[in-house]
Ligand binder design. Sequence first.
Ligand code: PRX
Length: 585
Amino acid sequence: MKAMNPLFPNGLILINVSFREGNSPDHHQNITYNQLLRNVCRCANALKLLGVKKGDRVAIYLPMIPELVYTMLACARIGAVHSIVFAGFSSESLCERIVDAQCNILVTADGVYRGDKLINLKKIASEALERCKESMASCVQKCVVVKHHAFRTNTDASNKLQTPWDESCDIWWDDLMDGVSDECEPEWMDSEDPLFILYTSGSTGKPKGVLHTVTGYMLYTSLTFKYVFDYHHDDVYWCTADIGWITGHSYITYGPLANGATSVLFEGVPVYPHVGRLWEIIEKYRVSKFYTAPTAIRLLMKYGREPLQRYDLSSLRVLGTVGEPINLEAWLWYYDVVGQQRCPVIDTFWQTETGGHVLTPLPAATPLKPGSATCPFFGVQPAILNEHGEELEGEAEGYLVFRKPWPGIMRGVYGNQERFESTYFRKFPGFYVTGDGCRRDQDGYYWITGRIDDMLNVSGHLLSTAEVEAALTEHPSVAEAAVVSRPHAVKGECLYCFVTLKDHKEFNRTLMEELKRKVREKIGPIATPDFIQNAPGLPKTRSGKIMRRVLRQIARNEKDLGDLSTLADPKVVEVLFSQRCEAAA
Ligand code: PRX
């Protein structure tokens, strides 16, 4: 069937489709580009009916269902700015993002199953809106609620949700779309008009609204998609990320759709209803280009080869990875077992801020080295600097920076130009600072060594230590908290928290559970601490600064602590070492 690409309404003729695969394997659907266009237009007209205009911000808090793509493209079509909040974030995180972007519409769903876990999304969304009102920062006038497929037919599940409803604000998606035209002229935009805001953790603890604009972003995601995955018309492409993160924005929605790609939109999780689910989907749709994260590979490695051997993976041609450094063992397993040594492993380094891939091999063109994101993409100019901002030549290790912008680079921090400049450009004037450490080898290949700021990468998701510390210190028993990373076999890194209690407060299992709950409620389940240690004192310099390096070493059980002469009280370290957690909390 021939259809028009919703992004280029007068352009390309396409014949491809999206395969929608639900949380449950028996829920699947094909969506043609024509259906996509009509649904996007319907949604665009509906948003207009609600008063949304060019430049307005629309918050989206949805699971991985087609309505998520319809809504984001509907915003793009009418020039509204979408701000998608990952549907695993807490009501507090959602509220914070809604308020910061001053969104006047929220689009959410009644609920969702993630694996066999029922999540009452609307309840979280309603709590977030309540919070916004309490903080006198209410800006949302309407909350559009999608009735999720899982609750249309299953009344038992639907009853369990007990969807909270506010007649003055809430409206069902179906009622809103009823009778709305499926044709909508796209709004004319300036190339530098905003396309979306996506929040990413900031080292101060307050998330930053990364702002991307229309043309540069779409051009860059479209181009990187085409070359980095070596996309051809007969390919079936699948990225397992969630659209709530940048990987999903760039390489589920914009990049693939701008290329008219046939792709898979997967709502579920890798191990439900069985540990071979991803392999089953590859076989089912004959996926040829597959993109996932090291954390998923490490998780599935644990189950060995047997779950893969049950499926035909011969369609695979390129395997992508993203989100964190990939360790050698995971790389080899991906290459040998998943790709059967036929498929290049494309390790793509990039960030929410870069919009698209910046360091990456190109399939069959770049000789690979396991664990290296290899070389810059066309037009990208990396450099490595030392602490004094001096550029290092040849083999070197230091701060990874970029010398020149490329089309997909962020254009600002929403509503905060000062933060934009100070975070990315002030440390080394004339360069964009990634916040990552990096090594360049004798062949000019780049090897990311991890974050060098106060950020953690848990399962490929960035978290700021300050954000978690703020959640912990909200507990009435906690006087002070310091959070560091510790290596984790599946997640890459996990959170190791030191907490100093207020006088006479007791450190026990109940408190640990309360602290974990506090973090989950304030940020979301991804930030749940793995280790919580009682810290009668924290290692501080004489000027009162916490020495995180020492805490990191304690968390990792590294006995050689190096120079401790700046510590105010070295005894603190001995105490912490003697009480360190061996097992997860
Ligand atoms: O530390 C790097 C790591 O993820 C950070 C960016 O996180 P975020 O903005 O959430 O975007 C993640 C998806 C693009 C980077 O600063 N990172 C991302 N990709 C890689 C990586 N580290 C090593 N190798 C990668 N391929």
